[in-house]
Structure formats: C-alpha cells, structure tokens
Design a protein around this ligand. Structure first.
Ligand SMILES: O=C(O)CCC(=O)C(=O)O
Ligand SMILES: [Fe+2]
Length: 341
C-alpha cells in the first residue's frame, strides 16, 4: 500500500497546540503505521481575527495544493459522533422494505445500493455499491424520520449533529474568509450562511458483496458540489484523492483517518468563488473488504446566494472562469446529472 497523503491540520480551537500535535502524531503512529505524517502544521482560530504569514502557508497547502485537510478541536463531541455511527448502523440494518418507506424525496431520505452514481462521466449504467441516507436543513420540515418506536434516539442525535457540525463549518468558513484576505464574516454577508443548504449524508459500504472484479469503487470518483465537506469515517480505509484531475492516467493517493478529526475537502462552489485558486479535489472510495460506515456533512450556500468570482481572485490577465450562478441552480444541475433525472 502506498503512503498516505500528508495533509495539513487546521485547528479550530486549541489552547495547547503542542499537546494536540503530539496526540495526533501518536494516533497516526499507533493506528496507521503505513501512514506517516511527517509535517504537522496548525492554524488556530481561537482568538484570531487576523491571519499571520505562517497561517497563509498552511492554508495554501490545505486549500490550494490539496483541497483536503484535517480539522481538529472542532467542538463536535466524540460521544455524539459515536452515537451517530451507532444510529446509522441500526438504521441500515433494518429490512429493505422499512428503509424504502423513507425513500429519498426532496433530497432527503434513503437511497439503496446501486441507486446513485457519484461519477457522472462513467459509462457504466450501474450505480455505486453503497447505501445512503440524507438529512437536510432542520428548519424546513422536509426531512424524513424513521418511526420513533423503531429508532427513538435517531432524530435528536441527527439534529444535534447537524447543529454542531454546521457550527464548526461556520467557524471554518470565517477562517477561510480570512485566509482569502476577506472580512471574517464575508460568507455571512453574502448570504451563504443564512439557512445554508447543509446535508448529512450517512453512508454504508457493505463489505461482502459478490460482484465482478471490475467494480473497484464503493463511491465512484467525484468532487463535492458545495463550499466545504466535513467527513467522519469509522476508520476502515478506502478514501483516495486524485490531485491532478487532468493527468492521464489518474494518480490516486490514500487518505488516512485520524481518530476524532474531520477530513475536510473544498467543494466546487468554493472553487468557483476562488476562480480555481482553491481546489475541489477529485476523490473516491475503494470498495472496502469489510463493511465501512462514514458520515459526510455537505455544506452549500443558501439557495439564493450568488456564487461569483471574488475580486481578489481575478485580474485582467486572469479573468473569471465561471459566470455568477445562484447556488440552487448550480445544485439542481449537478444533482440532475448525478441521478439522471
Ligand atoms: O465515504 C467516504 O469516505 C467519502 C464519501 C464522499 O466522498 C461523499 O459522500 O461525498
Ligand atoms: Fe465526496
């Protein structure tokens, strides 16, 4: 197996950066011997309203070079994360008829094995061998909930997780704004964070499928559509990134899980905002040998927010590569392509 990518680490709040660095170093040495992480670089948002030179370097690595990084001290409790994985596992183990009662409507609910294909360029007519369940914004009452008698803790667990991860994502976006030399509340001011279209995507990749050997992916190659995605996995390997999407052949590198840390990636709308300065990196999940669970938190701007090239990211010699677009129009187009609607 190849070495994993050495991703930078962004720290949302750490009173003691050195002990955090050491504990992460330890986790990687103990838990993933094949995944050395040589340089650990931190950015902290604790009291920061100004971004220093060193911080810019980390952001350059995180968002410009990789489009992927780890997020630590994010404020989402370990116990809550464990509960989300427990509840997810209980739901996915229900009989298929029960799960199909909550089949996806209004972008929320259950999608069965092979129902969705993340790689819209693939010629295969078959979808990805994974199941998912989507939970969207809490304010519009469109979410579908399993029956309380079947899963009494489900709704409160998922709602709490939605709120907590959204709050971490909001802090992260202010750090990203600062790194782009914008006001800390830039994304709030442009309306992106006013009822953002934020979705939890619970995922289960079965490990025991008897399928043809050509099917190598559990989640086929894709980039995420929104601003940032905060991913938590159960530690079973499989996630890979391709840093050069135009290279032939594509080169895939493993991303190791760091216990308790979110793996964050930049999405396509952030790439549009920054005129491709920040990278929305192609990624995929290999078909795992053993069952694998993950939880992606996909953040998208408010439906009416106009995503347009930032002034600081274009010039006469580097004009905007994309026209302004309304967030919802962009999402609808991408979803239509993904689901063949
Ligand atoms: O399951 C994973 O590790 C990644 C999932 C993913 O890329 C997604 O849901 O967009
Ligand atoms: Fe993704």
């Amino acid at each position: 197996m190849c070495d994993a990518l050495q991703l930078p680490i962004i720290d949302l709040f750490s009173p003691d950066r050195f002990s955090t660095a050491n504990s992460i170093r330890q986790t990687l040495v103990l838990g993933a011997k094949k995944y050395p992480l040589l340089c650990i670089q931190f950015v902290t948002l604790s009291k920061c309203n100004e971004i220093c030179f060193q911080t810019h370097e980390v952001f350059e690595q995180a968002c410009v070079d990789h489009g992927f990084f780890y997020l630590v001290n994010h404020g989402v409790d370990e116990g809550l994360i464990k509960k989300v994985f427990e509840q997810s596992s209980i739901f996915f183990s229900l009989p298929i008829e029960d799960k199909m009662m909550l089949a996806k409507k209004n972008h929320r609910g259950y999608t069965a094995l092979y129902a969705e294909k993340l790689d819209t360029t693939s010629l295969s007519s078959k979808g990805d061998p994974k199941e998912s369940f989507y939970i969207g914004p809490l304010s519009d009452n469109l979410n579908q909930w399993p029956l309380e008698e079947d899963l009494p803790s489900w709704r409160v667990t998922m709602e709490t997780y939605h709120q907590k991860v959204l709050s971490a994502a909001t802090k992260l976006l202010s750090l990203i704004a600062l790194s782009l030399k914008l006001e800390e509340d830039f994304f709030e001011k442009v309306g992106a964070l006013n009822e953002p279209l934020a979705f939890i995507r619970l995922l289960r990749y079965p490990g025991d499928l008897d399928t043809s050997s050509e099917e190598i992916c559990g989640a086929s190659a894709h980039s995420d559509y929104g601003t940032v995605t905060l991913l938590m996995t159960d530690g079973v390997p499989g996630l890979q990134v391709c840093r050069e999407k135009s290279a032939q052949p594509l080169v895939w590198e493993d991303v190791a899980s760091v216990s308790g840390a979110f793996i964050v990636n930049i999405g396509d709308m952030m790439e549009r905002w920054t005129n491709c300065l920040f990278r929305s990196t192609l990624h995929r999940v290999l078909r795992p040998r053993q069952e694998r669970y993950s939880v992606a938190f996909l953040t998208n701007p408010n439906k009416d927010c106009i995503v347009e090239c930032l002034e600081s990211c274009c010039s006469e010699s580097c004009p905007p590569r994309f026209p302004p677009i309304k967030s919802l129009d962009y999402l609808e187009e991408r979803t239509r392509l993904a689901y063949g609607l």
